[in-house]
Design a protein around this ligand. Structure first.
Ligand SMILES: [Fe+2]
Length: 432
């Protein structure tokens, strides 16, 4: 169904947009869906034709991944840190990273360094009597199963600061950012060589844990992905008859616009979500899974426009909840859901910010499951705005504003301070 001539997109009917949450969400949803359908129709194609293009593109990959899984072949790309540092990543490995949109970086940090960081976290929280003072989970998203939390709401420990501002982290972030198109139409959408050091938490899941896991979802946004002007421009090719040009690696219009607030929101633009392994973890112990098809986002964005979805429903996406990926609406994607291989302490794990992911359930977990969440969040208008709030949180030892206001570390004497930041750390927080 490819077109030979591009439609004149400037002549297409404009879309209504809401840069903050509309008062009457069902009415806005109905209005928007009618407008999206009208815009696609005016481009000379039907919604069904446009969806069929993205569906074919995505399902070809789903089939490829499902077949690889059946043959027992690894579906998660892996690249050695040494190759990223030396600039010797093979064209085959690079192509696989871009095709799958996720990556394990082997040996990103020396094993002893990662294990020492893990112990450093334990010393930090125990030395500050965190477990005695713990007041329970402040958000339901990462609910805790035992008396001790799995998610430690600490942000400013020496290991976290050291890892975030390390040269090794900066090199890999720049490499990952470089997979995106960061400049187009004369605009530099983000600076691939400067990270904003997005502060996040620690997960330490002890041996013997029973966990229900986390269902398939994605994190870049909710209804704002369809409703704000900037996101409408970012996903423009899906809605203007040029679906073949939809590129999940194009950062245009993604790095400055507004977002709808929510307890699971991430204020930063992340090219990749990521974490650093602080212990060894076997592939069958409740690990992260992804649907490693970056273009699946196009499927998720177009699926609500098909006729079987009620007019006021976007396939179950709601404010203030992670974007759900469900059997009901997205079943053809789920055979590609692929778990991590065995991970060693010091490896890092990365997945494209639009990627569907889940965490497998586990019963009686063998060994620990300890990670430090550190994404790639390059400098851009959105991240510069958030960095201002991060700076305040850092200086006062508070929880960053994206997270529950628990503020455990305010009077912890050994949290990191301004004097502990190196040049990368200062630059990342926007401190001159
Ligand atoms: Fe997530």
């Amino acid at each position: 169904m490819a077109r030979t001539t591009a439609p004149d997109t400037a002549a297409l009917p404009a879309l209504p947009h809401w840069d903050s949450v509309p008062d009457d969400l069902p009415a806005a949803t109905r209005e928007l869906k009618a407008a999206l359908r009208a815009r696609i129709a005016a481009s000379g194609r039907s919604v069904e034709q446009v969806f069929a293009v993205i569906e074919r593109r995505v399902l070809d990959q789903v089939e490829e991944i499902a077949a690889a899984k059946r043959r027992g072949e690894p579906a998660w790309p892996e690249i050695a840190y040494a190759d990223i540092a030396a600039g010797t990543v093979s064209p085959t490995d690079l192509a696989m990273l871009r095709r799958r949109g996720c990556l394990v970086v082997r040996g990103h940090f020396p094993r002893e360094q990662a294990l020492a960081w893990d112990q450093g976290i334990v010393d930090y929280v125990e030395g500050n009597r965190f477990f005695e003072n713990y007041r329970g989970p402040a958000d339901a998203f990462f609910d805790s199963v035992g008396s001790k939390p799995e998610i430690y709401p600490v942000y400013w420990s020496p290991p976290q600061t050291q890892a975030r501002q390390s040269d090794r982290m900066a090199r890999v972030q720049a490499f990952l950012n470089g997979q995106w198109t960061s400049e187009s139409d004369g605009v530099r959408w983000f600076d691939p060589g400067r990270d904003s050091l997005y502060p996040d938490r620690i997960r330490r899941r002890p041996p013997g844990t029973d966990s229900g896991g986390l269902g398939a979802h994605l994190d870049p946004g909710t209804l704002d992905l369809w409703m704000t002007g900037d996101y409408q421009r970012a996903f423009r090719h899906l809605f203007d008859g040029t679906v073949e040009r939809y590129d999940p690696w194009d950062a245009s219009h993604r790095t400055a616009g507004p977002q709808y607030p929510g307890s699971t929101m991430c204020s930063a633009f992340r090219t990749f979500q990521g974490w650093t392994a602080l212990c060894d973890m076997d592939h069958d112990q409740g690990v992260l899974h992804t649907v490693p098809v970056p273009e699946a986002m196009g499927y998720l964005m177009l699926r609500p426009l098909l006729a079987d979805v009620p007019d006021d429903d976007m396939c179950g996406v709601r404010l203030n909840q992670a974007f759900p990926v469900s059997d009901r609406w997205h079943a053809p994607l789920l055979p590609a859901l692929t778990g991590l291989p065995d991970i060693k302490a010091g490896d890092t794990v990365w997945w494209h910010c639009d990627m569907i992911h889940s965490v497998a359930p586990v019963t009686g977990q063998q060994g620990w499951g300890n990670v430090m969440y550190i994404p790639a969040a390059p400098w851009c208008p959105r991240n510069e705005r958030y960095a201002e709030r991060v700076r305040e949180a850092f200086l006062s030892g508070s929880s960053p504003s994206d997270f529950p206001a628990e503020h455990y570390e305010r009077d912890w004497a050994d949290r990191t301070r301004l004097a502990d930041l190196n040049a990368t750390g200062r630059r990342g927080l926007g401190i001159g």
